[in-house]
Design a protein around this ligand. Structure first.
Ligand code: ATP
Ligand code: MG
Length: 582
């Protein structure tokens, strides 16, 4: 392709709309353009990247025995009402009405539709297992669309669904998909980490996420991994062994009310009272499906809202607003405590059970209580693990290693759904004993557009993108330093045509631009190899090949450029592969 004939609108300035580096680069390098919040155009170069990822995904799905289909984007509301996800997904579900005022959904995932598809027709255990997948545009009205293609409202996803006769079948189907996922991302040039995750609104028993680990701010997910064994989980799910469990309890002291004027935060109160934060219990008020609950957690801990939501078994959970806090505690925000708190459910973190003589708010402006004790001073309605694990804590799996945190981008995930959807939609088959049974299902997603951007977040430098070879829009970019120079133009065209004849994907920068502009653009758009044709080297019958990633340059004879180019390409591809294995 000639640059003059394609559409690569590169920008000199940083786009103001973008926060993270990969988003900035994709806009600056002319890959994407925003239409509305979380809605993007994919320009010619982006489309090439997406097609390459799609192709890898398709090959690996087919290899794993999955069958490609294409389901509708437009869904009748009834299916979503039947599984209750109409309410559970709430505003994230893109809803609309047709001309008859019937409710419709723009699909963000297809468990309902695929279950409905096979219901009544996939009837015998002999037809199982079955794995159906599609690659399609998905719609989700995300609360905070951001970071370009990372969290958008319209995006491309590969979604697959498995149907099995029993739990063992599901395990096998699941493992096949896990293996396929590792292969997909590795083939895209991306090393991934598989971590345990919360099943969330999807439901089901177990779930894993595939994370591209990054050192930039582009990772939306915090991952905990053991430094000794293979335990890894995202922050919503991670657990740890609490050192406090081993601590011996103090004798209970008498409860006291102390003046803490204007002291509201854990830091202010503990400094004022001269106690460590671990001797205070925070009382956090939430609205859980409309009811107020108080969550108690040690002062130096972070509440984990996913765990809290799961243990309360509610759909919606949000922090109570100041007015509600004042109504319930009869005090300003900052003075809530469990003693004497009426009309709310009290749920305590497991760790709080081991605490004695702790500090809490007094439900009175300017006062706290000290030497508070559970059971003597208040009762808990429920106890659960509702805190986030903290770095440095003991691994729950090997009980030896320490948990470390890292940032990741979730590019895919897998869910063992079980019978949640087949039961809700009454989808059954007949087993070998003639018995009606619900399908045991699994569901598996890969974010195609997110994966593309994750590669940019992972591989770039100050000058621009560095595409991994397998998903780069072109393999080579030919840059004649001066296109108006007859000799340079001829040499460029000669190499260009030779490469086209060999079906090599090549971009020829035939613009009448200054060399500096073309070199900057070449670095920005990130094609793996650049072939530079300049006056001086051409006089010696040579051209220069530059590796975008390492910046290494090799001078090659013009008539040997093709062979040399292929050799360098396979070298960088295999070193790329090596680095994804570590
Ligand atoms: P997240 O926790 O990031 O919201 P999810 O659990 O909602 O993800 P799934 O429903 O399992 O994700 O979707 C499968 C894949 O689709 C994800 O792993 C991710 O790669 C991609 N994906 C999900 N939501 C978005 C989005 N808003 N924009 C782009 N890609 C997305
Ligand atoms: Mg989501």
């Amino acid at each position: 392709m000639r640059w003059s004939e394609t559409y690569i609108p590169t920008l000199r300035e940083e786009p103001t709309e973008a926060e993270i580096i990969s988003h900035k680069l994709l806009v600056r390098a002319g890959y994407i353009r925003k239409l509305a919040a979380g809605v993007y155009n994919y320009l010619p170069m982006m489309q090439r990247v997406l097609l390459k990822i799609t192709r890898i995904v398709r090959e690996e799905m087919d290899r794993a025995g999955a069958q490609e289909i294409l389901m509708p984007v437009l869904h009748p509301a009834e299916l979503w009402l039947a599984t209750k996800r109409w309410e559970i997904l709430g505003k994230e579900l893109m809803k609309m009405k047709d001309r008859h005022l019937r409710d419709l959904v723009l699909g963000g995932t297809h468990e309902e539709v695929v279950t409905n598809l096979v219901r009544g027709e996939l009837r015998s255990y002999r037809q199982l297992p079955l794995n159906l997948y599609q690659i399609q545009t998905k719609f989700r009205d995300e609360i905070r669309p951001r970071f370009g293609l990372m969290r958008s409202r319209e995006f491309i996803m590969k979604d697959a669904y498995t149907f099995d006769a029993d739990e063992n079948g599901l395990k096998t189907s699941y493992q096949k998909m896990v293996d396929a996922y590792f292969r997909i991302f590795e083939r895209c040039g991306l090393e991934t980490k598989k971590v345990e995750s919360d099943t969330g609104a999807m439901g089901g028993k177990a779930a894993h996420e595939f994370m591209v680990m990054v050192e930039t701010d582009g990772g939306e997910n915090v991952i905990f991994a053991c430094d000794n064994c293979d335990y890894a989980a995202n922050i919503e799910k991670a657990i740890s062994i609490e050192p406090s469990e081993q601590e011996s309890k103090e004798a209970e002291k008498p409860l006291q009310k102390v003046s803490t004027p204007n002291m509201k935060t854990v830091e202010e109160v503990t400094r004022f009272l001269n106690v460590p934060a671990r001797k205070l219990v925070k009382t956090l008020l939430y609205k859980a499906d409309g009811e107020v609950v108080a969550a108690l957690i040690r002062g130096d801990r972070q509440i984990n809202e996913t765990k809290l939501k799961n243990s309360l078994e509610v759909i919606e959970l949000e922090m109570a607003d100041a007015v509600t806090v004042q109504r319930i505690t009869e005090a300003q925000v900052g003075y809530a405590g469990p003693v004497g708190l009426k009309g709310v459910k009290l749920i305590g973190d497991k760790e709080v059970l081991n605490m004695t003589n702790f500090v809490t708010g007094a439900n009175e402006d300017g006062f706290h209580l000290t030497d508070v004790n559970i059971d003597r001073d208040f009762k808990l309605d429920a106890v659960a693990d509702i805190r986030s694990a903290a770095p440095g804590e003991l691994c729950p799996k090997c009980e030896k290693g320490r948990l470390k945190t890292a940032q990741g981008i979730e590019v895919g995930n897998t869910f063992m759904l079980g019978t949640k959807y087949s039961e809700a939609l009454n989808a059954t088959f007949v087993d070998e004993h003639g018995q009606e049974r619900f399908f045991i299902m699994g569901s598996y997603g890969v974010g195609i557009t997110r994966t593309a951007q994750a590669a940019v977040e992972k591989f770039h430098d100050e000058a621009g993108i560095i595409w991994p070879v397998p998903i780069a829009p072109y393999l080579a970019e030919i840059v004649p330093v001066n296109i108006q120079d007859e000799k340079q133009r001829e040499a460029a065209l000669e190499i260009y045509h030779k490469m086209l004849d060999r079906n090599l994907e090549v971009l020829l920068d035939d613009r009448n631009e200054r060399a500096g502009v073309k070199f900057n653009d070449a670095d920005l758009i990130g094609i793996p190899l650049r072939i530079t044709i300049g006056e001086k080297s051409l006089k010696e019958g040579k051209v220069e090949v530059k590796v975008r990633g390492s910046q290494a340059t090799v001078s090659l004879r013009k008539d040997e450029v093709l062979e040399g180019f292929l050799k360098i390409l396979s070298e960088i591809e295999s070193t790329g592969k090596e680095s994804t294995k570590t």
